[in-house]
Design a binder for this molecule. Structure first.
Ligand SMILES: NC(=O)c1ccc[n+]([C@@H]2O[C@H](COP(=O)([O-])OP(=O)(O)OC[C@H]3O[C@@H](n4cnc5c(N)ncnc54)[C@H](OP(=O)(O)O)[C@@H]3O)[C@@H](O)[C@H]2O)c1
Length: 275
C-alpha cells in the first residue's frame, strides 16, 4: 500500500486510540479523527467529513455506542479515494437484534471499497475505561447474564487486528472475531479485578437486578427491557469460545484478562480520581 494517510475514527476512544498508535508504529501517516481528535470529525457535522477523508487511502470506521454509521459518510469517504475500510462491529449482532451494526456492516460491504469487518467480544476495557467503570468504582455491577462466560478481549488486541488489516494486504472480504484467550463469567472477571485493584466488586446477575440498577441511574424501564431481551438472546447462545483470530491475523496470542487487569491497576485505573 502507498503511504497515504490512514484515517482513524474514534481516535480518542478505547479502540481508535490504540489503532492510531499501531498504524503510526507501522510507519503510516495517521489522521486521528474525532470531535476532540487532532483532525476534527463529527458524525453530526457533514462539513467535517470531506476534510477528514480527502486523500486518505484507508479508514478505521467505528461509530460510538448508539450512533449509526451514516451511509452518506461512507459514500463520501469512497468518493474521496478511501479504498480500504476496516469496520468495528460486534459479536452476536444478529442474535441480539442489533440493527445499528447490521446496517453498518451492510453499508461497508456495499461501499465498493475493500472491507474487513471486526466482530469482537466484550472489551476488557469496559471495566476501566468504559461503561462498567462506574459500577466497579461503586463496588457492585449488575448485568442480566448470570454466570454466562464471555471471552473478554483486550482493546489493544482488537487494535492490532485492525491495524494489520488497514496496513497489510490479504484481509479484504474477511470477518474476524477477536477474543481473549479464555472465557470468563462476570463473577470471575470481577474477582480478578478485585484481586488486582484491592476494590471488592460484587455481582448481581438477574434481569430484575439489572432493571433495578438501571432504574437507579434514571434509565427508562422500557429501554432496559429491550436490553434485557437482547441479553436473553445472548444467554441463549451459551458460553462464548475463544477464536484463533487475534493470533492468525497478528501472529501473537491475545492478552489474558488477568494481564489486562493487572496492567490497568498498575496504571491507577481504579483509583479514585480527584474531581
Ligand atoms: N464495549 C464493548 O464491549 C464492545 C464490544 C463490541 C463492539 N463494541 C462497539 O464498539 C464501539 C465503541 O468503540 P470504542 O469503545 O472504541 O469507543 P469509545 O471508547 O466509546 O469512544 C467513542 C469515540 O467516538 C468519538 N465520538 C463520540 N461522539 C462522536 C461524534 N458525534 N462524532 C465523531 N466522533 C465521536 C469519541 O471521541 P470524541 O469525544 O473526541 O468525539 C471517541 O473517540 C460501539 O459501536 C460498540 O457497539 C463495543
Amino acid at each position: 500500500m502507498s503511504r497515504q494517510p490512514i484515517l482513524v475514527l474514534g481516535a480518542t476512544g478505547s479502540t481508535g486510540r490504540r489503532v492510531a498508535a499501531r498504524v503510526r508504529d507501522a510507519g503510516f501517516p495517521v489522521r486521528a479523527a474525532s470531535r476532540r481528535g487532532t483532525v476534527r470529525f463529527d458524525w453530526a457535522d457533514p462539513a467535517t467529513w470531506e476534510p477528514a477523508t480527502a486523500g486518505a487511502a484507508a479508514m478505521y470506521l467505528m461509530a460510538p455506542h448508539e450512533l449509526p454509521v451514516d451511509p452518506a459518510f461512507v459514500r463520501c469517504a469512497v468518493e474521496q479515494g478511501v479504498r480500504r475500510v476496516v469496520l468495528l462491529s460486534s459479536r452476536a449482532i444478529e442474535a441480539m437484534g442489533d440493527h445499528r451494526l447490521m446496517a453498518a456492516e451492510r453499508t461497508v460491504r456495499e461501499s465498493g471499497a475493500g472491507w474487513t469487518i471486526l466482530r469482537p467480544d466484550w472489551f476488557g476495557q469496559n471495566f476501566d475505561e468504559g461503561f462498567f467503570r462506574p459500577a466497579v468504582m461503586a463496588g457492585e455491577l449488575a448485568m442480566p447474564l448470570g454466570n454466562l462466560r464471555q471471552v473478554f478481549v483486550d482493546a489493544g488486541d482488537i487494535a492490532a487486528v485492525a491495524a494489520t488489516a488497514l496496513t497489510e494486504d490479504g484481509h479484504e472480504g474477511r470477518h474476524y472475531e477477536p477474543t481473549g484467550p479464555r472465557a470468563l463469567s462476570f463473577p470471575e472477571a470481577l474477582e480478578i479485578i478485585t484481586r488486582v485493584s484491592g476494590r471488592p466488586v460484587s455481582y448481581r446477575g438477574t434481569p430484575d437486578d439489572y432493571l433495578a440498577a438501571q432504574a437507579a441511574l434514571g434509565i427508562p424501564a422500557e429501554q432496559t427491557q429491550q436490553e434485557i431481551k437482547a441479553y436473553a438472546a445472548l444467554r441463549d447462545l451459551g458460553d462464548g469460545h475463544p477464536t484463533p483470530d487475534v493470533r492468525q491475523v497478528t501472529g501473537r496470542d491475545p492478552k489474558p484478562f488477568e494481564t489486562y487487569a493487572a496492567e490497568a491497576a498498575a496504571q491507577g485505573a481504579w483509583r479514585d480520581r480527584a474531581v
